[in-house]
Design a protein around this ligand. Structure first.
Ligand code: UD1
Ligand code: CA
Length: 460
């Protein structure tokens, strides 16, 4: 097969988004919308991908870092035709097909593009345009045909009443022979309502010179809808969520209410895991099989093993949880929390940059920061690692099988060696040796009969 390259138009600001951020970087399912056409272009075998950037070009370039994409600069946004022309120098001498996609059309699938490219190649077309029929085509470029032959495309604002009655619209996805494309773009004029160089104008140029141009119709508008405003962004998000949920369910994941669950594009979930409504799984999160992720949890960039139970209302960020651990309800795992197998972290427990060893428990009202905790440790309710002295963070080390009594303050840096026992209410400032009992609190004094006279007075 002849080589094909893809040009993706992404130079426009996207004024209707009313945003400081360029439109194509607004996220859909956690990824900039531009990432989707880039991935689709790669999936259909593009030899090269050129993104035409302009508005916030540096941000666009940074977002595509490491994706083997070339950037063409369109300094002034003089129209979609002008934008494609900016890629011409990088494609000098290229004689294959150029697939043209838009950075603001994230939902187009590989299957649709493959069918489109197949029709283009099979009919040996010079240019193909992907079209769709709409009940309400307002705002889109209309497909003009004579005796069913594609003749041209007219933008809504330039169209006559008769042309506006046409329901077949231009999706903004094209495939063209490169030499024809760049030659025709040189002939495009700006005699339209916006005074721009319109890419669709090359259709009538090709048709007039007797070249083979064709409209290839697709059935699903939701796939080819361009995002122009926040309402469109919300529709795309909803559609992408439905697609992602469908994939997880096909892989054996139970989503009790897929419409009330938010799962970003890069998330992986094993079979027989159950996800409850209101939960949000983000970034590069990986969840094993047989887990339960209960309601209203937010899990970001974290790795969770098999048979883990995350109870309701937990926030888990950049952390890792090994098999059969239990977390929550209302637990907060901050970056670099590492829970080994079978660990229990319970209600109102916060863990930051700490490792908790196999089978250890911190079940209630505790802060664990900058700590290394061994296996089989019991951290009593209300235990605090005092890791911060106002200037620096200090480590706490707790050996295997240590028992920390409730309401203990561990003033770091401090080490509690294995098998030690800390009496409840202690403020531990010195290291504790193996097998020792450490108690550091005011000793109790009982003042006998202290209350008796007072009680007598009150009842007089
Ligand atoms: C465009 C088509 C229209 C089609 C519709 C489908 C034109 C003139 N019209 O209209 O026929 O029905 O898409 O969604 O192309 N861009 C640049 N540089 C520019 C101008 C645009 O890179 O100077 C990029 C935009 O960032 C965007 C794409 O080209 O990704 C399309 O531009 P946009 O302004 O959204 O065109 P529409 O009005 O949607
Ligand atoms: Ca658009």
């Amino acid at each position: 097969m002849e080589p094909m390259v893809t040009v993706i138009l992404a130079a426009g600001r996207g004024t209707r988004m009313k945003s400081e951020l360029v439109k194509v970087l607004h996220p859909v399912a956690g990824r900039p919308m531009l990432a989707y056409p880039v991935a689709a272009a790669r999936a259909v075998g593009s030899r090269r991908i050129i993104v035409v950037a302009g508005y916030q070009k540096d941000k666009v370039e940074a977002a595509l870092q490491g994706q083997q994409v070339d950037i063409a600069l369109q300094e002034e946004q003089l129209g979609s035709g002008h934008a494609v022309l900016m890629a011409a120098p990088q494609l000098a001498g290229f004689a294959g097909d150029v697939l043209i996609l838009c950075g603001d059309v994230p939902l187009v699938t590989t299957a649709t593009l493959e069918a489109f490219l197949g029709a283009h190649r099979e009919n040996k077309a010079c240019m193909s345009v992907l079209t769709v029929d709409l009940d309400n085509p307002a705002g889109y470029g209309r497909i003009l045909r004579t005796e069913n032959q594609l003749r041209g495309i007219v933008e809504h604002r330039d169209a006559t009443e008769e042309q506006r009655a046409v329901r077949e619209i231009n999706t903004g996805i094209y495939c063209c022979r490169a030499p024809f494309l760049f030659e025709a773009l040189g002939k495009v004029k700006t005699n339209n309502d916006q005074g721009e160089y319109y890419l669709p104008d090359i259709v009538s140029i090709a048709a007039a010179s007797g070249m083979k141009v064709q409209a290839v119709k697709t059935g699903d508008f939701s796939e080819v809808e361009g995002i122009n405003d926040r309402a469109g962004l919300a529709r795309a998000e909803r559609a992408m969520q439905a697609r992602i949920a469908g994939q997880h369910m096909a892989n054996g994941v139970t989503l009790l209410d897929p419409q009330a669950t938010y799962i970003e594009a890069g998330v992986r979930i094993g079979a027989d895991t159950v996800v409850y409504p209101g939960t949000s799984l983000r970034g590069a999160t990986e969840i094993g099989s047989g887990c339960t992720i209960d309601m209203h949890c937010m899990i970001q960039d974290s790795k969770i093993g098999n048979r883990v139970h995350v109870q309701p209302s937990c926030v888990i960020e950049k952390s890792s949880i090994a098999d059969a651990a239990t977390v929550g309800p209302f637990a907060h795992l901050r970056p670099e929390a590492v829970l080994e197998e079978g660990v229990h972290v319970g209600n109102f427990v916060e863990v930051k940059k700490s490792r908790i060893g196999r089978g250890s428990k911190a079940n209630h009202l505790t802060y664990i920061g900058d700590a290394t905790i061994g296996a089989g440790v019991n951290v009593g309710a209300g235990t605090i690692t005092c890791n911060y002295d106002g200037k620096r963070k200090h480590p706490t080390v707790i050996g295997d099988n240590v028992f920390i009594g409730s309401n203990t303050a561990l003033v770091a840096p401090v080490t509690i060696c294995k098998n030690a026992l800390i009496g409840a209410g202690s403020t531990i400032t010195k290291n504790v040796p193996e097998n020792a009992l450490a108690v550091a609190r005011g000793s109790q004094k009982n003042y006998e009969n202290f209350m008796v006279p007072k009680i007598r007075r009150d009842t007089d």
